[in-house]
Design a protein around this ligand. Structure first.
Ligand code: ATP
Ligand code: MG
Ligand code: MG
Length: 552
């Protein structure tokens, strides 16, 4: 229902516009930390932030939230830009780095000290957290809490100058150690970290913490609605405290929404990175990964991801979204857009004994059953063909309407054929079928009105070889990381990738451009792998099957 009507963020924005708050402006941002590739959860946030800006004639910034030098990297920045663009996010000249604000943020920190609202604390990190207490334990004042403004200014300046080793001091906001909300118990806002930063190099050895840097970056950029996930709800008071003490005039406000939680996957960059580093997947863009780049490589379209984001909606309560909804969105979009083609994944040779040797013909077929504008193409029919090995059974079970000895089937857009004989190798494996065809059934119908129950896809024996990669979900359980005592990697699906090196495809498929997508009739939606496919050596990924194979 939320997906159809207005979501709570749209309601807030419309109310703000009515009341004239922010002068009617809408300015959002998407603020990834460049410490990994973006995943489908980020796609929700991208669609939301860029979508709201677009809907209300506002702006959305791309902000690289790069305040932690240890985990961030320029490669990640590039992948983030690529993925946001691909999804349709337009930031124009509004790409910013939190690291560009380091000098300004330092100035804000000095101003807090001068106001008597921040102090340099010399407790260790462990001591700070022990003093902080938790929801059940009250906090205790740091013995350094009452340092003078002068002493604090001097120490903070010397922290910046590099006089102290990591961990020796932190700058803390002086708020309320008795607050029922532990977030307000004098949170650290700067720490010493002698580390090389991917953009500022060795200029800094103190770095602002998220709670300090984020809200002030929002303010610096003129953000109006700072949208984040629900875990930050109890930190909103801190956001307001910092902004309230340092920013005059129009200021940003934080709103929280429920993060995307998707079944059959993990969704934290830390865990995705672990799989990459341990070689459990081929990289961040492995087509089984729920990263934006993995989904794109798999053949998921940007339109289907946006549709997914719309359908899941935006709410204030956490809930699980079933992976099958994503698959449905992909399937629906591709059903509409993908040209049809034929490919045989596990080829079984068929020889049409009554078809003249050396002869061939072109048969017309349409590229899409419902969209004439996608045109027609020609299929080459020859005496020797391939069909799918599992479309034949020597002793057909009940209800098997495909090919069997003495049985007749239709070859799609071609002829009826009948299986006359089976040829086996010395191990008893069926290696070839000898068939006859009925020349009167050209196009797929018999003039005498006789019916066949099965229609098979096929390719001519001269069709090029292709590698086809079939994927299943990367994890075999719905919630691989719910049990904190169990390593999520123990739930990896051992059968998530099947490589078929000897598939045969219609000749035109071997010429298709990287990322081109097709429906292989009866088999699912496939695309040309953007990394491994080469002219003369095509590689296809199965994006999704035709039907939900997981449904009971
Ligand atoms: P992760 O834990 O996966 O590393 P993160 O929140 O630390 O995620 P950021 O790079 O900080 O990653 O996220 C950028 C933006 O994307 C944030 O505004 C965050 O709220 C949003 N985001 C991250 N994960 C999700 C999710 N699962 N659903 C919706 N939004 C998300
Ligand atoms: Mg984050
Ligand atoms: Mg993170």
């Amino acid at each position: 229902s939320e997906a159809q009507g207005q979501n709570f963020l749209q309601e807030i924005i419309e109310e703000d516009r009515r009341s004239g708050k922010h002068g009617g402006r809408v300015h959002t941002r998407f603020p990834p930390e460049p410490n990994g590739y973006l995943h489908i959860g980020h796609a929700k946030s991208i669609c939301l932030n860029f979508g709201l800006a677009q809907q209300y004639g506002g702006k959305c910034n791309l902000r690289l939230d790069d305040t932690n030098p240890l985990t961030e990297d320029t490669d990640y920045v590039q992948s983030i830009e690529r993925d946001v663009k691909w999804l349709g996010g337009e930031w124009d000249d509004r790409k910013f780095f939190a690291s560009d604000y380091f000098e300004k943020l330092y100035g804000f920190a000095v101003s807090l000290i001068q106001q008597g609202k921040a102090y340099v604390c010399s407790l260790t990190a462990e001591e700070i957290s022990a003093y902080r207490g938790d929801f059940n334990t009250p906090g205790r004042d740091s013995p350094y809490r009452n340092r003078s403004v002068e002493e604090n200014l001097d120490l903070f300046r010397r922290m910046r100058a590099g006089e102290f080793p990591d961990g020796k001091h932190t700058l803390r906001a002086k708020i309320d150690m008795a607050s029922p909300n532990p977030v307000l118990r004098d949170p650290p806002i700067y720490r010493i970290r002698h580390a090389h930063h991917h953009r500022t190099g060795d200029t800094w050895c103190i770095y602002p913490l998220y709670d300090f840097a984020h809200c002030l970056s929002d303010a610096i950029e003129g953000i109006t609605h700072s949208i984040c996930t629900l875990e930050f709800e109890n930190r909103r008071v801190l956001y307001d405290w910092i902004v309230g003490n340092l920013i005059q005039g129009d200021r940003p406000y934080q709103y929280e929404f429920a993060r995307l939680k998707l079944t059959y996957t993990v969704m934290s960059k830390r865990k995705l990175l672990q799989m990459v580093n341990e070689g459990l997947v081929s990289g961040w863009d492995d087509p089984r990964m729920m990263t934006i780049s993995g989904l794109r490589r798999r053949g998921c379209t940007a339109a289907s991801l946006r549709d997914f984001a719309t359908r899941i909606g935006v709410s204030k309560t956490d809930s699980w979204i079933d992976m099958s909804l994503l698959e449905l969105c992909i399937r629906e979009d591709l059903n509409e857009r993908a040209p049809r083609a034929m490919a045989v994944l596990r080829p079984l040779k068929v020889v049409i004994e009554n078809y003249p040797e050396g002869q061939s013909e072109e048969l017309e077929t349409s590229n899409h059953p419902a969209r004439e504008e996608l045109g027609k193409r020609m299929l080459r029919f020859e005496r020797e063909l391939y069909i799918e090995a599992d479309d034949f059974m020597e002793e057909p079970t009940k209800g098997f309407f495909r090919l069997a000895p003495g049985k007749e089937v239709r070859l799609r857009s071609a002829y009826f054929i009948k299986c006359e004989r089976v040829i086996k190798d010395d191990k008893g494996q069926v290696v070839e079928l000898r068939c006859t065809y009925d020349a009167a059934t050209r196009g797929g119908d018999a003039p005498d009105g006789r019916k066949v129950k099965g229609t098979l896809h096929w390719v001519p024996a001269s069709a090029p070889v292709a590698e086809v990669r079939l994927y299943d979900r990367l994890f075999s359980v719905e919630h691989p990381d719910r049990d904190k005592d169990k390593d999520f990697k123990t739930f990896l699906n051992p059968n998530s990738l099947e490589v078929l090196p000897n598939a045969r495809v219609e000749p035109m498929l071997a010429q298709a451009a990287p990322e081109a997508f097709f429906q292989f009739e009866r088999l699912g939606y496939f695309n040309v792998d953007s990394k491994d496919s080469q002219p003369g050596k095509p590689v296809f990924n199965r994006t999704v099957t035709l039907k939900d194979s997981w449904a009971k």
